[in-house]
Design a protein around this ligand. Structure first.
Ligand code: OFO
Length: 164
């Protein structure tokens, strides 16, 4: 049986993963509004990944006999600036999530909750991948700038991201 403190922490993380999905859907709509359909597609796929991250945590919580407590999700912004800023905000968001995952992992370790620690290892690894991937996109965007043909080339590449 999972502890109440770990149950609360996992529920908070489930809420955060779902808030991430909402944020990326809002960013995707913002990019569509600027005719960057490739960046919009990438962000929609990212939103689906976040929903999958939440679902994986929910399954774990329930397997441990925990209680799911869904919470209200605060609405995300509707304006994000240019595409470079969109991805800079994405990177900043992912860094925040990494910090939360690290705190959760530490909590599991302090509580000697080995099952949670092992389950959270997947998220630790996933965050390394998320930050590396988004960081690369930010680097490419900064290199081409948000004017001219380079950004449209990147847009077409981003549109090729496979679905989850
Ligand atoms: Fe769930 O990894 Fe992004 O936020």
């Amino acid at each position: 049986m999972i502890s109440k403190t770990m149950q609360d922490a996992l529920n908070a993380q489930i809420n955060l993963e779902q808030a991430s999905a909402q944020l990326y859907l809002a960013m995707s709509a913002h990019c569509t509004g600027k005719s960057f359909k490739g960046f919009a597609h990438w962000l929609t796929v990212q939103a689906s990944e976040e929903t999958a991250h939440a679902a994986k945590l929910i399954a774990f919580l329930l397997d441990r006999g925990g209680k799911l407590e869904l919470k209200t999700i605060a609405p995300p912004p509707t304006e994000f600036g240019g595409v470079i800023q969109v991805f800079e905000q994405t990177l900043a968001h992912e860094k925040t999530i990494t910090g939360r995952i690290s705190a959760l992992f530490e909590q599991a370790r302090n509580e000697k909750d080995y099952a949670s620690e092992i389950a959270l290892q997947w998220y630790v690894t996933e965050q390394v991948e998320e930050e590396a991937h988004v960081g690369e996109i930010v680097d490419h965007l900064r290199a081409v700038g948000d004017q001219g043909g380079g950004i449209w080339y990147l847009d077409s590449r981003m549109g090729k991201r496979g679905t989850v």
